[in-house]
Ligand binder design. Structure first.
Ligand code: SF4
Ligand code: SF4
Length: 351
C-alpha cells in the first residue's frame, strides 16, 4: 500500500468516538515519556513493516510493485519480521507491502506482534479479506486499514480495476459485523477537488462508520508509472483548507494529530522527522524513509547512526520538495504536541 496508517495521537472532536483508543493513547504517551526521560532524541513511533512487495492489484501511483520479479516472489520469514520490530522497540506496527494478505503467514506475524503488545495495523486493498478473515480475531491491539482512494468510480480508476470499491466496502462491513476495528487510508492526487475529498470522507465517516480515517497527499515515487498526478505543497494546502471547511475537520474521525492537520492546511510547518516512522522491508531498513531509497541497512540502530538526517526534508533535498507525507511530518507534529501543554490538552480531549 502506498501510505500506511499512523495511529495519530487523537482527533479533536468534542464528545464523540475517538480516533485512537484510550489504551493506545496511554501506551504511546508513556513510551514518549520514557524516550524523553532517557534523553533519546531519535526513536521510532511506528514501523512500516513490508513483509513482501507483491500485490494482487497494479495501481498506477504505486511505487512498490515495480520491484524485480525475483524480489516480488520473496516473503519475509516470521522470525525476521519479529526481530526487526523487537530491535527497534516501536509501540505500533503498520503492516503494508505489497498486499500483506498474500503473505502465507501474515496471521502468525500479526498474532506474535499482538502477544508482544504491539498495536498492529494491517493495510490491505481488502480483496483477500473474505478468504483470510477467519484467521484473525478482534483485539484491542489490532486494526484493519483498508485502502479507499475515492467513491466507486474514482477508487476503481485509482486502482486500475473495476469492482474493487464494491468488494472493499463489502469486506469492511463484514469486518465490522465480526467486531473488528476498521480504519481507512485515502490518498489524494491533483485530480482531486475539495468536493471529491468531502464526498469520500463523508461516506466513510457517516455511512460506513469507519473508526478512523487516514488521509495523505500522494508522494511522487520515482518508480510509479503515473508521474503526472501528484500534488505540490501549495495545491495540497489549498485542497485540504477547503475540504476541512464548514466544520468538516472537527466532524470527521481523522486519524491524525491536530497539529498534523494544521500542517496539511498550511497553518504550521515542520522539519522532516522520518526516523519516527521508519520502514523495514525485505531489503532491510530503508534510508531515509519508505518513500525514498538511498540504501538499506540491517538494524534500526544503524539506520539512525548512518543516515544524515539533516540532509532531508523540504528545502534540503529536491526529491523532498513536494512531500507532506505523514511518515516525515506526523512524528514532527506528535513531538510538537508533547512539548506543549496546550497542544497536549487539545490532543487528549478526545481520549
Ligand atoms: S493496492 Fe495498489 S498501491 Fe497498494 S501495494 Fe497494491 S498496487 Fe500498490
Ligand atoms: S521529506 Fe522526509 S518523508 Fe518526505 S520524502 Fe523527504 S525524507 Fe522522506
Amino acid at each position: 500500500m502506498q501510505s500506511p496508517p499512523f495511529g495519530g495521537v487523537t482527533d479533536e472532536r468534542d464528545g464523540a468516538t475517538v480516533s485512537m483508543p484510550l489504551r493506545q493513547s496511554l501506551r504511546v504517551g508513556s513510551y514518549l515519556m520514557r524516550q524523553k526521560l532517557s534523553r533519546n532524541d531519535k526513536f521510532p513511533l511506528l514501523v512500516e513493516l513490508e513483509p513482501l512487495f507483491a500485490c494482487n492489484l497494479k495501481c498506477a501511483g504505486c511505487g512498490k510493485i515495480q520491484q524485480p520479479a525475483s524480489l516480488l516472489k520473496q516473503r519475509m520469514p516470521v522470525e525476521q519480521a519479529l526481530a526487526a520490530i523487537e530491535e527497534c522497540g516501536a509501540p505500533m506496527v503498520s503492516i503494508a507491502g505489497g498486499e500483506p494478505l498474500m503473505h502465507p503467514q501474515i496471521d502468525v506475524i500479526v498474532d506474535e506482534l499482538i502477544k508482544r503488545k504491539k498495536f498492529v495495523f494491517l493495510c490491505t486493498n481488502a480483496l483477500l479479506i473474505p478468504k483470510k478473515l477467519d484467521k484473525f480475531k478482534p483485539s484491542p491491539y489490532f486494526t484493519w486499514v483498508v485502502h479507499i482512494d475515492g467513491l466507486r468510480e474514482r477508487h476503481d480508476e485509482s486502482v486500475c480495476k473495476e469492482g474493487v470499491f464494491d468488494d472493499a466496502v463489502a469486506a469492511i462491513k463484514e469486518c465490522q459485523r465480526r467486531g473488528f476495528r476498521v480504519n481507512t487510508n485515502t490518498t489524494f492526487f491533483n485530480t482531486d477537488t475539495p468536493h471529491t475529498i468531502i464526498d469520500v470522507l463523508n461516506f466513510l465517516n457517516d455511512d460506513l462508520k469507519i473508526d478512523a480515517m487516514q488521509i495523505s497527499p500522494a508522494y511522487a515515487y520515482e518508480k510509479a508509472p503515473d508521474q503526472d498526478h501528484f500534488l505540490g505543497v501549495t495545491e495540497t494546502r489549498e485542497l485540504f483548507r477547503k475540504a476541512f471547511g464548514d466544520g468538516n475537520r472537527k466532524r470527521w474521525r481523522l486519524n491524525h494529530t491536530p497539529l498534523f492537520l494544521d500542517f496539511l492546511e498550511g497553518k504550521k510547518d515542520y522539519s522532516c522527522t522520518a526516523w519516527g516512522i521508519p520502514s523495514y522491508s525485505l531489503l532491510g531498513w530503508q534510508k531515509p524513509c519508505y518513500l525514498m531509497s538511498d540504501g538499506y541497512v540491517k538494524t534500526y540502530k544503524e539506520l539512525i547512526e548512518t543516515t544524515d538526517w539533516d540532509a532531508y526534508g523540504r528545502g534540503k533535498d529536491p526529491r523532498c520538495s513536494n512531500c507532506m507525507a505523514h511518515c516525515g511530518y506526523e512524528p514532527s507534529a506528535v513531538l510538537a504536541t508533547t512539548s506543549s501543554l496546550r497542544e497536549s490538552i487539545r490532543a487528549l480531549r478526545g481520549s
